[in-house]
Design a protein around this ligand. Structure first.
Ligand code: PGA
Length: 250
């Protein structure tokens, strides 16, 4: 049975105080018996105070990025060793904003995946095509290349510890989400390629999240698709009642 997951990517928003308030509201309203796994991915600076503040709760924490090295002279970077040491469970790797603004290549992302798994962090690996590739109807090959270059070197046991997030770039922060059917088609394609590379059991055990303008009013229809196991939510995760509704849609 695959995990159903609602992950909130706060990006570079909120002060620590605002983040604690938001997390508290989400915690208090998201229900204890909910089957969904809830992961908050705030800026690095928030992780430790949030971890202490939340204590044992239904919310898990993830970082939005990590360095591809474990330690050393890499000014401004944060390593998976540090994240693991303070009990962070997840790390987003390969978000399109990292790929575009910080020029992260499939190759460097492959190393980030490896170091994250080495320190028992679960990567949330993002993939997805820009608009011009979608217009040319070449999105499947584009996404397949991202998977082949950064993920498919893993063993089946390792890839089972990763989460994949399909995030078409044209849908991120634009208010124009992929239709439920477009999301389903790509998720089914990704799962079929995992099955081809590994086996059916592996493919069936990996959660594939959709990301890109997920909101309270479109979440239920996107999440109802058989290969969509939840969402990676940006803007709407900054509003407690929106995010709680998205969690409820799972
Ligand atoms: P969005 O962002 O929900 O604001 O479109 C999603 C993401 O970038 O993960």
């Amino acid at each position: 049975m695959r995990n159903r997951i609602a992950a909130g990517n706060w990006k570079m928003n909120l002060t620590v105080k605002e983040g604690l308030q938001l997390a508290t509201e989400i915690k208090n309203n998201s229900g204890k018996n909910n089957n969904a796994k809830i992961i908050l991915c705030p800026p690095f600076l928030h992780l430790m105070p949030l971890k202490e503040h939340l204590g044992a709760s239904n919310l898990s924490l993830g970082a939005q990025n990590c360095c591809d090295r474990i330690n050393g002279a890499f000014t401004g970077e944060v390593s998976v060793k540090m994240l693991a040491d303070v009990g962070i469970e997840y790390v987003i790797i390969g978000h399109s904003e990292r790929r575009i603004y910080y020029h992260e290549s499939n190759e460097v992302l492959k190393t980030k995946i490896d170091v994250a798994l080495e320190f028992s962090l679960k990567p949330i690996f993002c993939c997805g095509e820009p608009l011009e590739i979608r217009i040319d109807n070449k999105q499947e090959n584009y996404v397949l290349r991202q998977l082949e270059d950064s993920l498919f070197h893993l063993s089946s046991e390792q890839i089972k510890n990763t989460i994949i997030a399909y995030e078409p770039i044209w849908a991120i922060g634009t208010g124009k989400n992929a239709s439920a059917q477009e999301a389903q088609d790509m998720h089914a394609f990704i799962r079929s390629k995992i099955e081809f590379q590994y086996d059916k059991e592996t493919a069936e055990s990996i959660s594939i999240l959709y990301g890109g303008s997920v909101k309270a009013d479109n979440a239920a229809s996107i999440f109802s698709m058989p290969d969509v196991d939840g969402g990676l939510v940006g803007g709407a995760s900054l509003n407690a009642s929106e995010f709680v509704s998205i969690i409820a849609a799972l």
